[in-house]
Design a protein around this ligand. Structure first.
Ligand code: SF4
Ligand code: SF4
Length: 221
């Protein structure tokens, strides 16, 4: 899931100070789980704006904010309220915000959140970064633990000389990714393979931005 955190409220208010009326769009997926874009947050922001003397013409939590066509369909029911708003506020990740930009070409759209990373929820509203979307996954070679993301140096054949007692030299709070990989490979009986494998330098062209993927296979003629 995409991990988001709320923007500092002063920063948000400064960004939108020139507008008087707003329509709010939350997202029922990641932003709801992060506590940044669910029903509760839409209601909270609506009350904050009203307390600041602003008008809120309406608000909705769409199913999946990064799904452009689905969001367009859902927002049709709110056309009047959207038309009456000077500005759209999107309580989701940057992808959801850009869905609104695509749908409302002539209206200002502002994000209320900062998008942080792709992460796993390991406890209630506690998130860990596990994947950097590098475009060519090497988890098959590392026992399923990503060194590109969980080693601060992104080393492909670690550990580095700074590892101490299983901890990372960058921060004692971080377990060394390569010690974790070693322990994991040992546990699943792949230690020999681990010792014999050298991971080649990464082809970062797979991560060149912006990326587009058309997942449907083209029909054969
Ligand atoms: S290698 Fe790591 S960063 Fe790349 S896709 Fe796999 S989990 Fe994600
Ligand atoms: S100590 Fe381990 S996790 Fe930290 S930078 Fe070195 S190899 Fe990476």
């Amino acid at each position: 899931m995409i991990i988001t955190k709320k923007k500092n409220s002063q920063e948000l208010m400064e960004n939108i100070k020139n507008y008087k009326s707003f329509f709010l769009i939350g997202c029922s997926e990641c932003a709801t789980l992060c506590g940044t874009g669910g029903e509760e947050q839409v209601k909270e922001l609506s009350e904050t704006l009203k307390a600041e003397g602003k008008e809120v013409t309406g608000g909705v939590v769409v199913k999946t904010g990064c799904q452009v066509l689905g969001t367009k369909k859902e927002l049709k029911a709110h056309k009047d309220a959207i038309d009456r708003a000077e500005c759209i506020l999107v309580l989701s990740c940057g992808a959801g915000t850009q869905t609104a930009v695509e749908l409302f070409e002539d209206k200002p759209v502002y994000p209320t959140n900062d998008s942080m990373f792709l992460g796993n929820m390991t406890r209630f509203q506690m998130f860990d970064e596990r994947c950097s979307l590098c475009g060519k996954c090497i988890l098959d070679k590392t026992g399923g633990i990503c060194p590109i993301t969980t080693c601060p140096k992104g080393l492909l054949n670690g550990p580095c000389g700074g590892m101490k007692d299983g901890h990372c030299e960058v921060s004692e709070e971080i377990p060394c990714a390569w010690v974790r990989i070693y322990e994991r490979m040992k546990r699943i009986d792949r230690l020999q393979e681990f010792c014999e494998t050298t991971i080649e330098a990464k082809d970062w062209s797979q991560a060149q931005k912006p990326r587009t993927l058309y997942a449907r296979e083209k029909k054969q003629k």
